[in-house]
Design a protein. Structure first.
Length: 172
């Protein structure tokens, strides 16, 4: 007996698609190529734990455990003149824009990045399959949008249903 939802791929072709961290693979490939000599980190926890939770009796390990409730960005890149927050999506959606806006507010109050709080923050939306409506929204909000098509993208897209493999066709 199987549990969970049956995907349209399973229903139509009898093929089960397994989850893989493709966006993080995309992020790491991009950062390695574009920022080889710059400090960057992936899956960065942002924000500050609630002050009432940071009681003096907590050990450092306990404080770190509290931090798992914080939001996390796909990547943070620290440059001499700015800090870049990067969010990646194979197919971006408006939620990615909102995430970047929230992360830009959380970064200055993140204890691990406190020394960079006065540097300008740049937001980047890294994507593989364009969704013109989301890209337009992001650019209107001052977010730099970068198309990045990893070598493995075509084999991944082949696994998707037709509906999943493209963004919105028209903006207007």
């Amino acid at each position: 007996m199987t549990h969970g939802l049956v995907t349209s791929l399973e229903r139509t072709f009898g093929v089960k698609r397994t989850w893989q961290p493709r966006e993080m693979q995309m992020v790491t490939e991009y950062l390695t190529r574009e920022y080889p000599r710059t400090f960057w980190a992936t899956r960065v926890r942002l924000g500050s734990p609630h002050p009432e939770l940071l009681m003096p009796v907590l050990s450092e390990e306990e404080r770190r455990m509290i931090g798992v409730w914080r939001r996390w960005a796909d990547a943070v890149i620290v440059q001499k003149d700015k800090v870049i927050i990067l969010e990646a999506a194979i197919r971006p959606d408006p939620g990615d824009v909102s995430k970047l806006e929230l992360y830009s507010r959380l970064l200055p109050v993140t204890p691990e990045y406190r020394q960079y709080k006065d540097r300008p923050i740049e937001m980047i939306l890294l994507y593989a399959i364009e969704d013109p409506a989301t890209i337009l929204l992001a650019r209107e909000r001052g977010i730099r949008c970068i198309e990045y098509k990893p070598d493995w993208l075509s084999s991944y897209v082949a696994l998707l249903t037709k509906r999943e493999s493209r963004g919105v066709l028209h903006v207007g």
